[in-house]
Write a new protein. Structure first.
Lengths: 222, 141, 307
């Protein structure tokens, strides 16, 4: 999923400062999974904003809503009747959701409550780790399902580097050396042969694109 | 001055396992103090969610207690551990809006010293009022 | 003026080679580089210039190599893949060759978070192995990555690094084989304090048949103090400093620790000279280049042969 973290409330307050009527919109997908922007988090943040306003003697109106997915227009449409009653929308979606809402309602002011961080997995309850960088050219089949682009600090395709020690990355002792993992997994599978050849340089144009990337599927379009 | 005399609004979330007769035992105080005290029995303190604590503060509580069983004695194993973490999380959240962390307090009961909810609540009310009325109730001109 | 790599000549002749590291300054003064060159000249076959080592901004390796070349040394251009993409790297390879630099050492480089610009974007467009392959392809096929032809190929003796002390130990020889297959012709290893472990690695290397395919130069770093020994043991990733070495340094009185460090370095060099498959030594005297001449002399490797 896409992970995100709530911005400090001071920063959120600053964005909302000139406004009285605030629509707080959460998303029930990725950000709900990582406990930063789901219905519950909408409740927590709204409660905090209301209490803060009361304590400052400020009058605000905060409406709480959560869409199943904030990046899909069919769900965003649910805001149509409501959105124009508010001065500003505080979105608890990832950057994709915030922008999608702005595309549907370009005249409405919308600000993000979250900092979108990475694509990752829920390793344990309350622990999310990055595991994909969307390079557009997946090589997980060759690297025993350990992504060197994401999990090797130097993105080596012919690793490990000389700084790998006791299975840890030289950059952070809490980070396992991805190459140690690749080598030991391939060894267990009897496929160390996959590492014999020199892996050629990546085609980074697949990740960079020429500006924002897109996927177009004619069979899916009306 | 103690919290009761200071007229502070107290909310107490508590684990039902502490006092099997809590339903009856809290009535006297409820009658005596009316809106000044609110009791929320929980099947386990682990049921507490930061949202409950926020709503309690938002509805005017000056002080919110969460009462748990002693560590290691939770009937559902780690409910009280979760409660502790959630209180800490919520304390961080309210601190960001300028509310004192002390408005939320964890109370861990003692295995060797069982109390009724009435005894516990009175003890808490008798404590020194270290914080004043919540600013959330509205600023004084 | 096209010259040949002195390092290549020495190694191909079967002589025990001596190379040393020259650390460029954190400033733009060329005299610093020239002076270091003067300290090394005659005592080494070639001098490496590091490339923004540990992610610290220094006078670039390419310029420093050009300065050393003008002083009459045979420089080894160290090139990391951390800071430049393939366009810049290949371009610098052409530039190095045009300036008469004849040796290149390809490495990934220390992660940028260690240096004085931790907010910099780590490029890592290609890795060290892919760089080795690219340089070889430029030199032998006259082509850049992707196959487009060069008007004139670069002339470079290609090197890589190896760390016999990092994990996974067993895999290190296989990785060396990959580098050699990609085009590495000489190897400079991480500095050796644990001779026993180094011997084990050399055994693995020989088992892989690598000792006939690549020239291996063992790395040496003279210790300045017991504190340095402890620091390297604990704080530097991929380093193996045995307890006996640390104790030996601690046992020496403070004023004599440098001499003890030099002694250990010389003993290690002598052990390397006896080891089958080791073709030379690479002395990394960090900010202590003036000790290289003493070490080379005490190891009885001075004067250097005429080529």
């Amino acid at each position: 999923m896409i992970t995100a973290e709530r911005k400090p409330i001071a920063e959120i307050k600053e964005m909302l400062a000139p406004y009285r009527k605030i629509l707080v919109v959460g998303c029930g997908s990725c950000v709900a999974e990582c406990a930063s922007g789901g219905e519950k988090e909408v409740g927590l943040l709204s409660s905090a904003l209301r209490m803060d306003a009361k304590a400052s003697g400020k009058e605000i109106e905060v409406k709480e809503m959560t869409l199943d997915r904030q990046c899909v227009y069919e769900f965003i449409d649910q805001l149509t009747d409501v959105i124009h009653r508010y001065d500003i929308v505080l979105s608890l979606a990832c950057g994709a959701g915030v922008q999608a809402v702005a595309e549907v309602f370009p005249k409405v002011l919308i600000v993000p409550a979250l900092n979108t961080t990475f694509l990752g997995e829920t390793k344990e309850a309350g622990l999310w780790v990055e595991n994909c960088r969307g390079c557009g050219d997946c090589k997980l089949g060759v690297f025993a399902a350990v992504c060197p682009v994401t999990r090797c600090a130097k993105g080596l395709f012919n690793g490990p580097c000389g700084g790998s020690r006791t299975e840890r990355c030289e950059v952070d002792p809490d980070v396992p050396c991805a190459w140690q993992l690749i080598v030991s997994r391939l060894e267990d599978m009897g496929r160390l042969d996959l590492l014999r050849k020199v892996h050629p340089p990546a085609d980074w144009s697949k990740q960079q694109g020429k500006g924002p990337r897109k996927i177009r599927r004619e069979d899916q379009r009306t | 001055m103690d919290q009761k005399s200071a007229g502070l609004s107290i909310t107490i979330f508590f684990c039902q396992q502490i006092d099997p007769n809590q339903d009856v035992n809290r009535r006297a105080l409820e009658r005596e103090l009316g809106k000044q005290i609110r009791f929320f029995p929980l099947p386990c303190s682990g049921r507490i969610d930061p949202l409950h604590l926020m709503r309690a503060l938002e509805s005017g509580a000056d002080k919110v207690y969460v009462v748990t069983c002693p560590e290691g004695a939770c009937r559902y194993r780690e409910g009280n551990v979760r409660a502790k973490k959630r209180i800490a999380y919520t304390q961080g959240l309210i601190e960001e809006i300028g509310l004192e962390r002390e408005r939320l307090e964890l109370i861990v009961t003692s295995a060797g010293n069982p109390v009724t909810i009435d005894e516990l609540a009175r003890e808490l009310l008798a404590r020194e009022a270290s914080i004043g009325p919540s600013p959330v109730k509205g600023k004084y001109a | 003026m096209i010259t040949e790599s002195r390092l290549k000549k020495i190694l191909h002749r079967g002589d025990f080679a001596v190379t040393a590291e020259c650390g460029p300054p954190k400033g733009a003064d060329p005299e610093v580089v020239r002076n270091k060159g003067k300290l090394l000249k005659g005592y080494v076959d070639s001098a490496n210039v590091t490339d923004n080592q540990t992610g610290v901004v220094r006078l670039c390796s390419l310029a420093a190599c050009a300065l050393l070349k003008a002083e009459g040394l045979d420089p080894v251009l160290q090139m990391v893949t951390r800071d430049r993409n393939r366009i810049a790297l290949q371009s610098d390879v052409l530039g190095a060759s045009a300036l008469g630099i004849r040796n290149i050492l390809c490495l990934s480089g220390d992660h940028q978070s260690f240096g004085n610009q931790p907010q910099a974007k780590g490029v890592f467009d290609i890795d060290s192995v892919q760089l080795i392959q690219a340089v070889r392809q430029m030199r032998d096929a006259g082509e850049i990555i992707g196959g487009e032809k060069l008007t004139a190929p670069p002339q470079l003796f290609i090197g890589a690094v190896a760390n016999p002390f990092a994990d996974p130990f067993k895999y290190r020889a296989a990785r060396l084989a990959t580098k050699v297959e990609a085009g590495a012709e000489f190897i400079q290893t991480q500095c050796i304090f644990n001779l026993k472990r180094f011997k084990e690695w050399m055994d693995l290397v020989r088992d892989y048949g690598m000792d006939n395919k690549v020239f291996i130069l063992g790395g040496i770093t003279p210790l300045k103090s017991a504190r340095m020994a402890e620091y390297m043991a604990k704080q530097v990733a991929g380093m193996d400093v045995p307890e006996e070495i640390i104790s030996r340094m601690k046992a020496a009185p403070a004023k004599e620790q440098r001499q003890e460090g030099i002694k250990i370095a010389v003993e290690t060099i002598q052990a390397l000279q006896e080891m089958k498959g080791v073709h030379g030594v690479h002395i990394m005297a960090i900010e202590w280049e003036d000790v290289v001449s003493q070490i080379v002399q005490e190891a009885k490797l001075f004067p250097r042969p005429q080529v």
